[in-house]
Design a protein around this ligand. Structure first.
Ligand SMILES: [Zn+2]
Ligand SMILES: [Zn+2]
Length: 174
C-alpha cells in the first residue's frame, strides 16, 4: 500500500468533515496518500423502500463503473446499507478492488439510543474503512477477533477489534 493513492467519496448527503479526519487516519495507518473528492453521487437508485435501506452491491456496481478505472475508491455514506441475505451491512467491497463502501449509520452511538460520541464514531469508521479496504487488497475474513479483518455483525465486536491487520493478514498484503 506504500505510496498508493486512495480516493474518498461521499454517497448521499454528508458533511466533508468526517471524511477529512478519516482520510488523515487512513493515510497514517495504511501509508498511502488519501484525497477527498468534492463530487458526490445520489444513491436513490439503490433505495429499497420496503426495507428503508440502500442496496450496497448496486451502489458498488455504479461506483466501479463510473470511478473504478481511476484507482482505489472508498465511498462513505450515512445511508443504512444491506445485501439481500442480511438485515444490514456496515459496508461492502469488491474482493481484489477497486471499490468499497462503508456506512456511518450503525456506527453512531445515537443509533443505539446513546449520546453522540465523535471519538467513538471516528474509531469505528476507521476500523470499518480499513476492513473494507482490506477486501479490496484481496484479504478475506480473519479468524483472529482482534484483527481488523474479523467479520462483525454487532457493534460491540467492532469496538473489541483493533484498527490494524494481524501478522498473517499483513503478510498477505505485503
Ligand atoms: Zn468483510
Ligand atoms: Zn487477520
Amino acid at each position: 500500500m506504500n505510496g498508493e493513492r486512495l480516493r474518498l467519496m461521499r454517497v448521499g448527503p454528508l458533511d466533508l468533515a468526517p471524511l477529512d479526519s478519516l482520510a488523515a487516519r487512513l493515510a497514517r495507518r495504511l501509508r498511502l496518500s488519501c484525497d477527498v473528492l468534492e463530487e458526490t453521487i445520489d444513491a436513490s437508485f439503490a433505495h429499497e423502500p420496503r426495507r428503508g435501506q440502500y442496496h450496497s452491491t448496486a451502489l458498488l456496481d455504479v461506483l466501479a463503473r463510473t470511478h473504478g478505472e481511476r484507482g482505489r475508491l472508498l465511498a462513505v455514506t450515512e445511508h443504512d446499507l444491506f445485501v439481500p441475505i442480511l438485515t444490514f451491512v456496515y459496508g461492502e467491497a469488491q474482493l481484489g478492488g477497486p471499490c468499497a463502501i462503508v456506512s456511518m449509520h450503525r456506527l453512531r452511538e445515537e443509533f443505539y439510543g446513546l449520546p453522540a460520541r465523535e471519538d467513538v464514531l471516528q474509531d469505528r469508521l476507521e476500523k470499518e474503512a480499513v476492513h473494507e479496504l482490506g477486501h479490496t487488497f484481496g484479504l478475506r475474513h480473519c479468524m483472529d477477533w482482534r484483527c481488523v479483518m474479523a467479520s462483525n455483525h454487532a457493534i460491540d465486536r467492532v469496538d473489541l477489534k483493533s484498527a490494524g491487520f494481524c501478522a498473517a493478514c499483513r503478510k498477505l498484503i505485503a
